[in-house]
Design a protein around this ligand. Sequence first.
Ligand code: PRX
Length: 644
Amino acid sequence: MTDVYSIPAEIAKSALIDQQKYTEWYDRSIKDPEGFWAEQGKRLDWIKPYTKVKDVSFTGDVHIRWFHDGTLNVAANCLDRHLATRGDQTAIIWEGDDPSESAHITYRDLHERVCRLANAMTDLGVKKGERVTIYLPMIPEAAVAMLACARIGAIHSVVFGGFSPDSLGGRIQDCDSSLLITADEGLRGGRKVPLKANADKALESCGSVKNVIVVKRTGGDVAMSAGRDHWYHDLVEKAAPTHVPAEIDAEDPLFILYTSGSTGKPKGVLHTSGGYLVYAAITHQYVFDYHDGDVYWCTADVGWVTGHSYIVYGPLANGATTLMFEGVPNYPTVSRFWEVIDKHKVNIFYTAPTAIRALMREGEAPVKRTSRASLRLLGSVGEPINPEAWTWYHRVVGDDRCPIVDTWWQTETGGILITPLPGATKLKPGSATLPFFGVKPVMVDAEGKILEGAVEGNLCIAESWPGQMRTVYGDHERFIQTYFSTYKGMYFTGDGARRDEDGYYWITGRVDDVINVSGHRMGTAEVESALVAHPKVAEAAVVGYPHEIKGQGIYAYVTLVADEEPTEELRKELVNWVRKEIGPIASPDLIQWSPGLPKTRSGKIMRRILRKIAENQFDALGDTSTLADPTVVEDLIDNRMNRV
Ligand code: PRX
């Protein structure tokens, strides 16, 4: 029997959405989506109000448009409209890697910083629709840069600071950015990250970039290329402090964010302006039950969609106080998260299961020596949270008082789709529970048949919601193929799920060749192509396997070229090679030397078998009759058993 956690009286007293309101609003949002979203769209300030709400087709050429005859400016919605009422309120609390460094930035101050950078970018010739790549650490300038792009209608592409020069270069090339915004160095867990040096390497292969703006974060010694590179502080000092926001169509792009798929290189997920912001704002308000004055902290990096929607756009659109953390959970000590909560009196805390599992290993004492009395609500995102981690989070971190919102969504969805609402939803540890307003999940079997009731199947979404991605940048056909061709007329999430007798959803994980390592999405094909780029590697196959802290680990089967001997040294070399090619998050956890890989007679690698071997499930290999050479599998099993 699953435990069910009821809604605490304290939460129920002040919650924005209670059980009855959830049911009423949800029913309405499904029966009359246009009416529901026409009302919700009013939470933004529009320059030209929309008269049209929704124009969507999930078949044929697939088009998704929301509020499409309206115009607005996203940055003005996040800043200017708050100035009269909350200009002196803190917009961003910045907590540095070093606990002695922090800052409060008011809405007025943030507005001025964004205006200055918007002017500086315009002076450099950046125009509406141009792409700007942002490769920054977790410093306020990251939010300023995103909002400055939004202000002039440039499209930002934020690249996580942990990515390698090659990964950065590929992302710049794919969208032809004309401007790169970076920093001299980042700072994480007391260690420096050579961002500018990485950027310089990446730019060797990126002809499109005409200008680089460099934020001085550490003061480290970096090369500046005359004519191309500019110090951020010089530019903004010279720039005017006011700026008239550009009038942007609701369906003009706001940003591109690269994410891994099951095949080929990462795709540029494109989000547009009006619908995205409406959705980020409504979900931030209701999922986190955000009340004026609350201090809200999402621990994600702005390099991921969680940072976009729930550090920057959602909270700022709602006039919230959002905390931005430069550091890591275990520096200088494993109490850091809880100390930051006490220091800034955080009310709402949103993090990833992998962090919870890592901190859980340290025991209760590092948590219990802090107060955490300010906490009201906890959140989880990025991967399934195992019930053991959930109950620890609830009992130890939340002192049994704070509900946990386990929020399921994706880069593609722009915002949270399946989630509890704190005042409306009873909780079951490990379940993301129920759909948000306007979201219609459906379960389908492998043939595409819609399944009713309590079932397990593939998770699709039947109707559009305003925050949905609009296309893959520069490749609409890939968009159609990836998300709308498996099941006709529906958005296919790539996730499997179970729906229980109460209609609650339990996400079981990816059903495609994407793995989820510490909440980061990784395409197995990407890691494979990095491995085979090594001169000593003939062939590689990568799968996920259960990992205690990371959720999934990266398991690589590697076949060496003839005459190469497998050695411990080469194993280390290959791990470092992948780190260098993609970034540390892609490091293989286990490499198994594989003289051969299991293939069908037509030469296709049978990954299902490799997955089972990596999971130590030798009895569950399934049908092996199509294997070209069954002895390959026996060898692999022998090796796996000897090693782990
Ligand atoms: O498999 C699901 C998992 O993360 C994938 C999306 O990854 P990404 O686009 O990087 O976005 C992560 C942050 C939104 C999903 O397809 N996932 C995300 N949240 C959950 C989850 N799996 C289970 N439970 C969640 N709460």
